[in-house]
Design a protein around this ligand. Structure first.
Ligand code: ADP
Length: 211
């Protein structure tokens, strides 16, 4: 990959937003003559950043379009895609958790304490495991079967979807609570959203479906 000059970057940005665009129009936008741009356009075309077609003009090379999309995908913030968190009181019984899981059509519930702070995570498998045990689903509180603090893996709104995806894959989990830190020392966090593997897949599809 060659390092582009500032002017070449400017040309690429113009083509990215306005392409296909003629050399004359690019020159006008940069207040330069067509001749002054000739070498930059030749370099960008030879390097594979741009493609040109007679009577159509310059447009982004398809590989470049894919790279731009991938770059955009990686930069998306958790804050812009987080879904509403589905929470349950940690004192609620396992039966109620199962009902809520079905009603809300989710795979994971976030258990909160009486102050509304994140206390644990209860997933499909946690609930299934309980149903094959001998204990009464009506008497057993969620707090007994959940994965609890400080072992909860979380994400913050200013982190990227790429980071969220990597964390979920590395930890073999399907969802991450999006949290606002109240006090890290005492592990007090407010749950303000959720990111799931489905969130990531949906964004991927949306971005690659853009024309
Ligand atoms: P499933 O039970 O449907 O396979 P997961 O793969 O997400 O769902 O959960 C696997 C295990 O990891 C469960 O015991 C669950 O409590 C735990 N878990 C899920 N999400 C988290 C998380 N964000 N932090 C810590 N543990 C989690």
């Amino acid at each position: 990959m060659i390092k582009l000059t500032k002017r070449q970057e400017e040309i690429l940005n113009i083509v990215k937003t306005n392409g296909p665009i003629t050399g004359k129009q690019i020159a006008e936008q940069l207040s330069l003559t067509r001749a002054a741009l000739r070498s930059d356009l030749a370099i960008l075309t030879m390097a594979g950043n741009l493609d040109a077609r007679p009577r159509v003009g310059y447009f982004l090379n398809d590989d470049q379009v894919q790279q731009e999309r991938a770059k955009k995908l990686v930069q998306q913030k958790v804050a812009d895609y987080k879904a509403h968190p589905i929470v349950i009181q940690k004192s609620a019984c396992v039966y109620d958790a199962i009902v809520q899981l079905f009603l809300e059509d989710v795979g994971t519930l976030y258990a909160v304490d009486s102050n509304g702070c994140l206390a644990g995570v209860v997933s499909r498998k946690d609930l299934l495991r309980t149903t094959i045990g001998k204990r009464s689903l009506y008497d057993l509180p969620v707090s007994v079967i959940m994965t609890r603090m400080p072992n909860i893996i979380m994400i913050e709104p200013n982190q990227t979807l790429y980071e969220a995806a990597k964390i979920m894959i590395e930890n073999h989990i399907d969802s991450l609570p999006v949290v606002k830190k109240l006090d890290a020392k005492t592990h007090t966090y407010l749950v303000i959203g959720r990111i799931t593997k489905t969130t990531i897949t949906r964004v991927y599809i949306e971005m690659y479906s853009e024309s």
